[in-house]
Design a protein around this ligand. Structure first.
Ligand code: DGL
Length: 273
């Protein structure tokens, strides 16, 4: 295949559901000329409370689906899948992939001044220790404090972003991180950037919040440019969205994550892959 053909192929992005739309949205903003194929495993979401084995099995199916769309590059936009499955699954495929952990970890190491970094995420992400390992691989002096905040995902999906109940839960979860004097906090879950204001208020303004979605999109742009894989023409970029279920709340929540409506969504049977 010629280099020209490869560059014209879409970027594949997958997530356990709607959360990865934060990553897709950033990729679309930075690389508006790229064709995008997004798969959200809405029917089997959330991944964050599942076992490593199950997340690995689901991740393989998500990737197999994207490969059928002839993608040139795959972004695991889900922290739980990136943390629990990507290292295992990456070795099985002959295509470049990037998860959200490495870009988030790199940014945290760059931002911290006192070498004390907090990580918040789902139970699966925190149990994997993937962020802590990625940070310490870059700088072993950095002390990492990890904390699962499982209630944040349903709160965001229920639209509880500005409610007092959410602030109370955030204060309760995050108090252990306040006590250990971190200066950088990685929002290690696709949903947490939507709670930036609440988390920022609880943690104090001095704490730098790292948004893995933004960091990942920046890294994808840099990697594709370096590898000469960017689409040469910026015209008529297509964005295709596929999901494994379309519940009633889908378009509203998707709008919350993307800041815009998704015009066409196709439902697929992911168990076939
Ligand atoms: N996308 C997931 C993550 O970033 C959050 C939702 C879930 O648990 O599936 O970890």
């Amino acid at each position: 295949m010629s280099a020209e053909d490869l560059r014209n192929r879409p970027i594949g992005i997958f997530d356990s559901g709607v959360g990865g739309l934060t990553v897709a949205s950033e990729v679309m903003r930075l690389l508006p000329g790229e064709h995008i194929v997004y798969f959200g495993d809405v029917g089997r979401s959330p991944y964050g409370g599942r076992s490593k084995e199950t997340i690995i099995a689901f991740t393989r199916q998500d990737i197999n689906f994207l490969l059928e769309h002839n993608v040139k590059y795959i972004i695991a936009a889900c922290n739980s899948a990136s943390a629990a499955a990507l290292e295992t699954v990456m070795k099985e495929y002959d295509i470049d992939m990037l998860g959200v952990i490495e870009p988030g970890a790199r940014a945290a190491v760059g931002y911290t001044r006192n070498n004390r970094v907090g990580i918040i995420g789902t139970k699966a992400t925190i149990a994997s220790d993937a962020y802590a390992e990625a940070i310490q691989r870059r700088n072993s002096q950095v002390k990492v404090f990890s904390l699962a905040c499982p209630l944040f995902v349903p709160l965001v999906e229920e639209g509880y972003i500005e409610k007092e109940a959410t602030s109370m839960i955030a204060r309760d979860y995050l108090k252990t991180l306040i006590d250990v004097d971190i200066d950088t906090l990685v929002l290690g879950c696709t949903h947490y950037p939507l709670l930036k204001a609440v988390i920022g208020k609880v943690m104090s303004e001095a704490v730098c919040l790292v948004d893995s979605a933004e960091e990942t999109a920046r890294e994808v742009a840099a990697v594709l440019s370096l590898k000469n894989m960017l689409r040469p023409s910026g015209d008529n970029a297509t964005r295709k969205f596929y999901v494994s279920d379309v519940p009633d709340w889908f378009s509203q929540v998707a709008h919350q994550f993307m800041g815009r409506n998704i015009s066409s969504i196709t439902r697929v049977d992911i168990t076939r892959y």
